[in-house]
Design a protein around this ligand. Structure first.
Ligand code: PMP
Length: 359
């Protein structure tokens, strides 16, 4: 029997997102999924332990009230303007469902976080992909005034690491007053300007953050959206038609504690930024072209080496990086910024694999 005959028609058409490999092999230098190389603050671990000891037999607060309040205080907005979810992927999925099922297409760059297209397929959203320029930069001129059922921009963009200035985001918000503009700021803490201060001003702005990157909590699964009340209300409707309790007690407690240790946050994020700058220089010396990055990864290409082949040879040397088999970027490698020791291991492996560049 054809098992797929039992599936809903749309499921037969789905091409799911494929996350980077989470290897079971020990001692690999893992620079393939943009995790933070540093563990979360000890205060986060203490809060999770305490939550695990108290009340796990009870459902968690369905609204994550305390976490919302903490996030709101941190960003200077109202708790009612915060919508937490099970990783920003879940928040993004709810936002696509809530805002982008429109007669007009959703605008997004052709090179961006590939999960966006998967949500479009999942929810039957028509997307219009607007080409990034030859330097893989988002060209804002494409977006101004174009008929749209919404706009989604990752800032910094993934997998390029390139950031747009806040003025460009503001121009976009003004040029698309009738559409929700979703700005995915997963990597913003590594050096880009956040649109969070614009939330009060623009009723069409939704900013999405994750705790997986700069807050070192990829394993906890927490993200959130910030926006004016009418947008958050739509997200709450979708969430409450899907899962009342997306965040468990340990996740709510641990996520809130991450915002209480700003010193640790500052130290680890500065360490990642410094390692990124050093890694960029090392890659240049090995002959790579490296896009300027404001994220915790770099996007690099070697003019004389096939990227897929290089990724698989690096793997043989115990170093995992990410390669995307996608037109325009299939000669690039996305390399997450690790600790200085991890970056050095990558550079040493590359020195073995690459011929010495001529001076
Ligand atoms: N947005 C972007 C641009 C990302 O790269 C990622 C991480 N893969 C996410 C969102 C999702 O992050 P998470 O679900 O861990 O919050």
């Amino acid at each position: 029997m054809d098992g797929q005959a039992l599936w809903s028609p749309r499921v037969r058409e789905l091409v799911p997102y494929v996350p980077g490999e989470q290897p079971r092999i020990a001692n690999l230098v893992k620079l393939n999924t943009n995790e933070n190389p540093y563990p979360p603050s000890p205060r986060v671990v203490a809060a999770i332990e305490q939550a695990a000891r108290q009340g796990l037999q009870l459902y968690p607060d369905p609204e994550s009230t305390a976490l919302r309040e903490t996030i709101a205080a941190h960003h200077g907005i109202d708790a009612a303007q915060v919508f937490p979810g099970n990783g920003s992927d879940e928040v993004l999925a709810h936002a696509f469902f809530a805002f982008f099922q429109q007669p007009r297409p959703l605008l997004m760059p052709d090179i961006t976080y590939s999960f966006y297209r998967v949500y479009c397929q999942l929810y039957g959203i028509r997307a219009e992909l607007l080409p990034v320029d030859d330097a893989l930069q988002i060209d804002m001129a494409h977006y101004a005034g174009r008929p749209a059922g919404g706009v989604v921009i990752a800032n910094p963009n993934a997998p390029t690491g390139s950031a747009l200035p806040l003025a460009a985001i503001e121009t976009l918000l003004q040029s698309q007053p009738g559409s929700v503009v979703l700005v995915d700021e997963a990597y913003v803490d590594f050096g880009a300007d956040s649109a969070m201060p614009l939330v009060e001003k623009y009723p069409n702005l939704l900013v999405v953050h994750t705790l997986s990157k700069a807050r070192s909590l990829a394993g906890l699964r927490v993200g959130f959206a910030a926006g004016q009340r009418h947008l958050i209300e739509a997200l709450e409707r979708v969430k409450n038609s899907f899962n009342s309790y997306p965040l468990g007690r340990p996740a709510q407690a641990g996520a809130a504690a991450a915002y209480e240790d700003s010193e640790y946050f500052e130290q680890t994020r500065q360490a990642v930024i410094a390692a990124r700058e050093e890694l960029t220089v090392q890659l240049w010396r090995l002959g790579f072209d490296v896009l300027p990055s404001k994220a915790n990864f770099v996007f690099a290409r070697h003019p004389r080496q096939d990227a897929a082949a290089l990724a698989s040879r690096l793997r043989e040397h115990g170093v995992l990086v990410r390669h995307f088999k996608q037109p325009r970027i299939d000669q690039y490698l996305r390399i997450s910024v690790g600790t200085p020791a991890q970056c050095e291991a990558l550079v040493n492996a590359l020195r073995l694999l690459l011929p010495t560049p001529s001076p």
